[in-house]
Design a protein around this ligand. Sequence first.
Ligand code: NAD
Length: 351
Amino acid sequence: MHFVHESLPQRVRFQTGDAAAAVTAEVERLGAARVMVIAGSAEGELADLVTSGLTPVLRHDEVVMHVPIEVAERARAAAVESRADAIVSVGGGSTTGLAKAVALTTGLPIVAVPTTYAGSEATAVWGLTEASRKTTGVDPVVLPRAVVYDATLLRSLPVELSVASGLNALAHCVDSLWAPQADPINAVLATEGARALRDGLPLVAGDPAGLPGIELALYGAHLAAKAFASAGSGLHHKICHVLGGRYDLPHAQTHATVLPYVLALNAPNAPEAATRLAGAFGSPTALAGLQELRSTLGAPRALRDVGLEEADIPAAVEDVLAIAPPSNPTPVTTENLTRLLQAAWAGEEPQ
Ligand code: NAD
């Protein structure tokens, strides 16, 4: 065996129903006294609850998907002006992303409290969007020092967002099985993550406020993000990165829609990954298992429904080709990528 696996240093707390106590303890552990709270206005009430044990010096609520650079710069300036010494972020991947953008230039430690299944809290990946281009990078300084998972905070997530976000987490599992730094440790995390999401998400869809389903899905989403953090971005993430940055498509829905097409492209040339996923899904094949889950969940089906124009496909193909991992199990060409995006755009059966 030859592989290098890096485990990221982070405290992870699952504390259902008691995020406030966990956040207070984690801020104390950091020795911080001047906390900047980042939470979008829609998550304002959740943030009040979560930070009730703190006296923040600043509450910042300008959160925008894909972190436009000017939004990041305003948050950075506010952090410096308030002399904050730590950040508590309460929200989905967009909120965690803004906290990371602030940490990138200020070095401030983050305590992240996720309210979706996006998983950004468990990675050292940051992302910024400038002039319709999304730039990402990896820097240990943006990795939240602590993560507090409280399933009660996800009870208010609309069911269609829970489904899309949960499938975004599943995409981390699937893509990490063939991403550039895929290794056997990531594969274990990804397989158990896929199993937990496969079991948890139908419970969430059937009973959106039920805690057992949310807890299982959050656990799966955390493992998924850990696998992704170590394996890096595979073809699926590269495609979604182009679609999100260039055409401003909604992140989770785009991942949920594209995933079966990438799985269909790669599974024939990635037999071990396909066998692992089939086992996690309890299905004869990986693709059949994913499609059965998507059908149970009423998952989004077509990129045209989330804002992509058919005329955008050739330029998207060109952008993806430029960044597609050379190690992708099925070599990527203009032809197969065009077919993939056409089928995903129209919502055709993946094959
Ligand atoms: P999001 O954070 O934009 O949230 C989506 C919507 O859900 C928003 O309208 C938000 O207000 C609402 N919402 C969030 N939590 C809620 C709750 N508990 N109840 C009710 N409404 C709630 O979307 P997302 O899918 O969580 O994150 C997407 C972003 O995260 C993208 O920019 C993506 O690039 C980034 N991301 C980064 C990484 C990484 O490793 N850096 C990983 C995954 C995602």
